[in-house]
Design a protein around this ligand. Sequence first.
Ligand code: DAH
Length: 338
Amino acid sequence: MDINSVYETIENVKSDIQSVSTKDDLEEFRLKYLVRRGIIQQMFEGIKSASPEERPQLGKALNELRQTAQTLFDEKKRELEQSRTLTADKLDLTIPGRRRPIGTKHPVTQALDDMTTIFKSMGFAVALGPEIEDDFHNFEALNFPADHPARDMQDTFFLDETALLRTHTSPVQVRIMMNQKPPIRHIMPGRVYRNEAISARSYCMFHQLEGLAVDENITFAELKGTLATFAKKFFGSGVKYVFRPSFFPFTEPSAEMDISCFLCNGKGCRVCKQTGWLEILGCGMVDPNVLKAVGYDPEKVTGYAFGMGVDRTALLLYGIDDIRMLYENDVRLLNQFS
Ligand code: DAH
């Protein structure tokens, strides 16, 4: 064995590794070069028969051979392992998709969203207020007399002497007017609370959508036009409506708006109690006392306000006959509103 045959073997090692493409090929390579009975070890044995002058050079070359073979083997091994995981993890684009479970909007949220969209399209901005209120915003500034029955413990959840859970969204009107100057055109959606016996028709918590417009020369005609447009967009263009005189402490004059029952088309059914009409909201011109309480001059500005219940409307719209179902969070009910 001479030094040239060592360099030749190095070249062979390099070309052999090129043709390794499987684990079996690699094993063949290992058996050929790297095991005890392999070519390289055998060549090391040959050192013994070389002359003492040749040995150092031969040893150096053989070490280079062994190093090369081992390095190339290690590299190839890593390469093969990597390509195996790449094949295993390969994305199969032909697999049918997996559907992600998507939640549905709660019917009340859906109704609120639809109402909000309609009022926004008419130029109303959305404002929110706190659910924990005080007597001033919830009652006093809204012109409730000191002995008004609505302040009774029966209706209001008091938290302590001064704090209470708002019984309607009207206190947000007071907050907006005390915070900014006219012109004002806002809707105020939110939760309200009343200490009432829970039944199919009433719950201790529900939702209202309040509206307020204040500016110079705002008229009752504008209030009617706005609410009529809303009703047609929300309930359908064929809906009929009527404004009945009513009373609220914070509006003068006051009215309630009824729409023709969309379940029986006004013929009379169980839901509209055979009247053909459904009451959907209260409204009126902002009482001068309220304008004064928030620091406005009733001689200069006028306004209208309205407030509608959202939950009852959602129940009617979706044909649910028990308000408690809205708050049981039973997915069998909620899933139906996709
Ligand atoms: N706040 C009243 C209620 O809870 C509803 C209401 C009536 C609001 C007339 C108004 C309004 O803004 O003008 O019953």
